[in-house]
Every structure is written in C-alpha cells, then in structure tokens.
Write a protein that binds this ligand. Sequence first.
Ligand SMILES: C[S@@+](CC[C@H](N)C(=O)[O-])C[C@H]1O[C@@H](n2cnc3c(N)ncnc32)[C@H](O)[C@@H]1O
Length: 312
Amino acid sequence: MTNINKTIHNAVMVREVLTALHPHPGGHYLDATLGGATHSVEILKASNPDGKLLSLDVDPSALARGKNLQKEFAGRWMVTESNFRHIRDAATASKLIPFDGILFDLGFSSDQLADPSKGLSFQEDGPLDMRLGPKGNEDALTAEEIVNSWSKGDLIKCIKNFGEERFAFRIAEAIVTRRKKQKFKTTLDLASVIAESVPRQHKPGALHPATKTFQALRIAVNDELESLRVALNEAWDILAPCGAIAVISFHSLEDRIVKQTFKSFKDAEVSKKPILPSQTEINKNPRARSAKLRIACKQTSNNICPERTLLL
Ligand SMILES: C[S@@+](CC[C@H](N)C(=O)[O-])C[C@H]1O[C@@H](n2cnc3c(N)ncnc32)[C@H](O)[C@@H]1O
C-alpha cells in the first residue's frame, strides 16, 4: 500500500538529469512528474538558496507526499495537482515562466504500482482501473470499461499499437469470449485470461504475458501519448533561452515521440543519441534498465549554452 509519508520509488538517472538541467541559484525549474519527489528535491538542493521549482503530478498521493517535504524549501517550491497536458496553464499560474529547466520522468512510480487500488499491477489483485490521476471523475475511462465494452477490433488496435504485442489478436479474442460469460472486474482475472491465450512456447522469457497488454491499457486510459506530445510542445514555449528539457522515457513509443518532437523544435540543440543509465545503476535498480534520457536545449543565435555540451 502507498505510504503517504515515504516513497518506495527509486528515481532513475538523477545525476544525469542534474547535468542536463544544470540547476543554479536564482533559476526557475519545472518537474512535470513529481512522483516520489527525488528529482524535485535534488533540483531544489542544487539551486539553493533561491532557485524556484514548480512540481506537477496527476496523482493526489504524490502531491500529498511532496507537500510533506515542502516546508524544508519554504517559499521556493510550488506543488500543484495537474496533468502535464496542461503544463502551460499550471506554469502561467505559478508566475515562474520562463523556466531554465523542465523535467519529464514518464510513466508510473513504484508507489503507484504497489497501490492495488490503482490496478496497475498484474501481480497483485485490484480493480481494473489504471487511472494515474484522481478517482473522483465517474465519466473517466478505466481499463474495466475498455476490456468489457470496446469492440474486438478496437481492442486489437489498442493492444497492438500501445503495447506492441504480437499476440494482440489472440488476446483480444480471449477477452471478448470470456466477457460474454462474465465481465472482467479485477487485474488478476484479466492477467490469467491473457496468460492462457498466449501460446506457451512463445512466451517471452522474462516478461509476464500480460505486461504489454497492461501497458497498452494504461496508455489508453491515461491518453499518455497524446498528453506527452501536447506537453512537450507547450514546455518548449515556456522554456528560457539556453534552458533545457530533459525527458526520461521507458518504452519505445514514448521515446519515438520525444525524439520526433525534439526534432521539430526550431533552434534546438538535441542529444543525438539517448543517454542510458550506467550498469551500476541498473544493477542497483533493475527498473532503470529500460530508461532513456533525451535532452533538448533552446539555443538563440548569439547564445551558446556550454554547460550542456557534456551530454549533447
Ligand atoms: C516515474 S514517476 C516520477 C518519479 C520522480 N521523478 C521521482 O523522483 O520520484 C512518474 C510520475 O508521473 C506522474 N504522471 C504520469 N503521467 C502524468 C501526466 N500526464 N501529468 C502529470 N503527472 C503524470 C505519475 O503519476 C507518477 O507519479
């Protein structure tokens, strides 16, 4: 269960993010994905004594934890519940535009994975929810609605496009057959139907057979790819000259959007290849193994931003 006071999330590539954003006193920073707040706290420490930070998250539990840490950085740290899709509105309300550095550390945190009420894990039983944000909105899409009501064709598209799952057809078919007899309610129920639908000999070694389908459902429920596209473009507009956007992604769909969107920015200096975590970090934190960091730095015609060349 998520602990309101203490995160269990191990933030990835903290040193690399600090090198990319180069927080300094007096600077303005935006962490679009507060999560367990490790990156936020490190940005605040590195921009001591008067750097300012705005941190966003859709998840009220992340916000509550962040607020507990806020007093240590009184007057320097705003913590706001917002989807980063609305990054420009949140930034405008903070009065901190333009920002010298903006971070996106995508996906979900270990706190959220360990919270069965979110329904993100196929290893713990929970409702088929998968919303990263608050539960209040009755009309919001949930994974339960997708698996119980989407057509077979739409399920195939979702599982294939958002999960890159080669057995999308079989899985969708198994879901549709099963729901005719009994609707899906819980994560373990869905995970076992998926596992049974995938041919045994083709099961990929380390991955649970439901991994990709769960990823696809989570992406669809939270409209993650479109939110990312919108947010990156808005982030570029609120970035100061010589400012940098750093994005940590965890799968190829996200990484492709980051790469393409960065490419479309005018006057950007962009990391040519993604920066990967060190083997030491991966050994300590296996979740880091799929992380990729990309950086875009805003250049101006007479402005060279030397401190970032290290990573670009
Ligand atoms: C990988 S965690 C971030 C971890 C964080 N960097 C740290 O230091 O602990 C990702 C966080 O982003 C949040 N998130 C995901 N999508 C979001 C969105 N569209 N808007 C705002 N927050 C989002 C999740 O709720 C989660 O808390």
